[in-house]
Design a protein around this ligand. Sequence first.
Ligand code: ZN
Length: 221
Amino acid sequence: MRIAVLADIHSNQEALEAVLEEVKSAEEIWCLGDIVGYGPNPNECCEIIKERARYCILGNHDAGALGKMELSWFNVFAAEAIKITRRISEEKSKNFLANLPKIIKLSEIVLVHGSVRGPIYEYIFETDEAQRAFKDFSEKICFVGHTHIPMIFKDDTRRIINPGSVGQPRDGDWRASWGLFDDENLTFEFRRVEYPIEKTQEKMRKLKLPEFLIQRLSLGR
Ligand code: ZN
């Protein structure tokens, strides 16, 4: 089966729609959390993911939007965006987010936002962090998001895979990042797709989201 693996959409409807155009051939969509936060369209993104994703995990920004995570956990720009997200989120979006699990275990695969030890908040950036994280699960593949950087860590035949971020990439490439996973052959392919970024930035300005968050989209940082 061909599976589109998406993470860190962050209320970026244009990026999500551009990715969905590309994933048409995929049989399933899995989402690794942070559907909301940072961007202008939390309701639209929740609606699309609720409709399309087979599995979806709770991220730290989703928890923040629900008031399940204190704003002091976030930097000033993220916290400002979460306040705006809380204000514009509809009840049905909050209900959807409130029912998301922190971890999903399939036969040989585990899905989390951060790591198995700290599903919502722990980052896996470095090799030593990945080496430690491999001890917390026995499955062949652990899919993570959270860092917004596409990466694969190896440990013998096991892998920790991060597809990068749909709505706010931070690896220097502004295009939406996602991955195509084949669960029979266990192959994974990183994908990038352009989207109408000015449209997203314009909506962000209208909502008075921090200028820093608007600019960073263009830089992919
Ligand atoms: Zn995120």
